[in-house]
Design a protein around this ligand. Sequence first.
Ligand SMILES: Cc1cc2nc3c(=O)[nH]c(=O)nc-3n(C[C@H](O)[C@H](O)[C@H](O)COP(=O)(O)OP(=O)(O)OC[C@H]3O[C@@H](n4cnc5c(N)ncnc54)[C@H](O)[C@@H]3O)c2cc1C
Length: 451
Amino acid sequence: MNHYPLRWAGNTTRKIKQKGNITLSDFDAIIVGGGLAGLTTAYLLAKEGAEVLLIERGNFAGAKNMTGGRIYSHSLEKIIPDFAGEAPVERRITREKISLLTEDSGVTVDYASPGLAVQGQDSYSVLRADFDQWLAGKAEEAGAQMVTGIKVDDILLENGQVRGIIAGGDEMAADVTVLADGVNSLLAQKMGFREELPPNQVAVGVKEIIELPAAVIEDRFQCHGGEGTAWLFAGQPSGGKVGGGFLYTNKTSVSLGVVCTLSDLITGAATLPQLLENFKNHPSVAPLVTGGKMIEYSAHLVPEGGLTMLPQLFGAGVLVTGDAAGFCLNLGYMVRGMDLAIGSGECAARAIMAAKREGDFSAESLSRYKTALDESFIMAEMNLYKKFPHFMENTPRIFAGYPEMASDLMAQLFIVSGQQSQPLYKKAGSSMKTVGALNLILDALKGVRSL
Ligand SMILES: Cc1cc2nc3c(=O)[nH]c(=O)nc-3n(C[C@H](O)[C@H](O)[C@H](O)COP(=O)(O)OP(=O)(O)OC[C@H]3O[C@@H](n4cnc5c(N)ncnc54)[C@H](O)[C@@H]3O)c2cc1C
């Protein structure tokens, strides 16, 4: 094995060591990827006094990361109590809306409750460029070394044990390497931990950040100062295919986007940017963003296969966390990946510390990571919702059928033409005909079972 010092943008304090044939690790852990999963592991390990190096290919942590999005606070709250008091969160979400959209109409459920604002069960809109940099700062303060602008190209293997990473032809050794490199983890793929992502298990999201004055946001979205709204949309945004639209209020902007399954995009008529444009111009959406100025445009993959897309999670000297491990849940009415990324980052840190205490970084020792995941909310949630991705994929009426049905029913209730009205049960019956009463019952049963 040849060792060369890496040409880091930053300075690392440890150098490669070789004693006879034995390679001494430069670090206790090298973490690939400065998203929330990797940063959490780096922070927790550094706090315990471990020598940690985190390598991020973006120019700063968060530079390449994207979310809808809002973070459910519970997992980070456990690690950094009262984090929202110091972190650059945007708004605490106290109003939830879900809309079914046809081409020209919308039916909306609106939920507001003090329960949404209770610390530890609350959620916050965030902008990743700011939020990830804040967490990176915490990890650095705790003693983690951070190198940015460097892409890890490969994994260093020695007798079947992962011994570190290769970047730009240079090598760096560690007792444990953590793959926190996001949904399209080419490193996990290279390791044979997972196959190439199947297009029906991954979605693509595209998002605009649209600047608006805080007072306008609070008026339009009925929220008080500091509080905000999360709004998910089904039907028209994804062109009737598996996917949907989202809108999250930030302090002085809204995040507006569309997510669509890759397999549908490949065969669909419209491109994702076109779908976003159509969504932005929908009569229920256009007034929400009118007068705003687009200040950022981004796109990213989302893992959506649930339990079925979990890769091999650990091996000798290696762990896989966050999106790289497929830990993301899209339940239609909510998307959760960030709290799972943080939770899996914590499980990884615990497993590494236990392995370090014993000086044993074998696959068996690192299987503690899987045990910690099994005992955490992560595997409980992944198991609970394991049927949901299949339900979404095989129930196209959710995206093209039910929005029309709901709109038709509302039209029958609210549009007064002067013609003789029908009794309510007849109105409902005629609206249901668009999808069929039996389909409605079966889909409802399947939906309830998968949730
Ligand atoms: C459109 C959209 C909407 C979403 N909405 C929500 C939401 O509202 N709420 C929610 O909780 N979740 C949401 N998610 C999911 C959430 O964003 C992810 O689950 C979460 O970001 C995963 O964090 P991570 O740290 O695992 O991966 P990432 O945040 O993707 O971080 C991976 C990091 O690894 C780096 N990297 C990759 N390869 C290399 C390499 N070879 N060398 C060095 N660095 C590398 C990347 O640059 C990146 O910084 C959404 C996702 C999308 C795309």
